[in-house]
Design a protein around this ligand. Sequence first.
Ligand SMILES: NC(=O)c1ccc[n+]([C@@H]2O[C@H](COP(=O)([O-])OP(=O)(O)OC[C@H]3O[C@@H](n4cnc5c(N)ncnc54)[C@H](OP(=O)(O)O)[C@@H]3O)[C@@H](O)[C@H]2O)c1
Length: 255
Amino acid sequence: MKDLFRLNNQVAVVVGGAGGIGEAIALGMGQFGAKVVVASRSMDALKQVAKRIADETGVETEAFQVDVTSEDSMKGLVKNVEDRFGTIDILVNAMGVNIKRDALEYPMEDWDRIFDVNVKGTMIACKHFGRVMKKNMQGKIINLSSVRGIRGFGGGNSAYCGTKGAVELITKALAIELAPFKIRVNAVGPALIITPGTIHIKEKPELADKYRSVIPLNKLGAPEDLIGASIFLASEASAFVTGQTIYVDGGLTAS
Ligand SMILES: NC(=O)c1ccc[n+]([C@@H]2O[C@H](COP(=O)([O-])OP(=O)(O)OC[C@H]3O[C@@H](n4cnc5c(N)ncnc54)[C@H](OP(=O)(O)O)[C@@H]3O)[C@@H](O)[C@H]2O)c1
């Protein structure tokens, strides 16, 4: 029987792949047979991740630098991937930043920075990788949203929630606009995932309990929890799915 989830010989680019959720998704793409490119600003970290994926899965990997806030930098990444692998099948936009500040004191330079990376960066990546996918008349794009893209949260998250809400609607709009070119655009929306950036929460039992208590499955997420939904959205298994966000959230958004 045809394996609907295999990604053999496809080229997957994970932007923001130098750690955390992006690294786990990139590893998953390799485990399911894709050639993997990881990209972000930190070349040393990217090279380590690319080597780890090649060692553990045996697929071809590559690390390229990109700053998602710059169109020229993104064009350079697209060219590097095409020169190295000849094509691009899957784009995962796993970059992102959060700058928590009280809403009434929110510094607008921080607001601009978070929107530059999370929203403009996502659009720049979709735009330039989308052009190649249009030429090839096929492609899959997966954007990283968050439960904070559909739910409001306090604690200084007004800008972050705004960026993720924008990512979700950009995903829907691009799904419609790019459908004639057989490009599917979807998103994954995690709840709290324990990464190097959020490990301090797990290390404080009271704080960890607070986060866990709102999750029906009663556990904190791990980066590996994002692999299944991402492989589904990247593969033939989701051939009739576009414009959707899959919440990988232990049931948080079910209530
Ligand atoms: N962890 C969570 O609890 C959680 C929950 C819901 C959603 N998310 C979302 O999931 C995604 C990954 O989160 P994470 O926790 O894995 O974050 P992370 O570990 O901080 O990774 C974020 C990545 O973004 C890259 N990045 C930041 N600015 C960039 C820029 N200008 N150009 C290119 N790359 C840039 C960073 O790489 P460089 O520094 O090398 O550039 C880094 O690899 C984000 O979109 C985040 O909002 C996370």
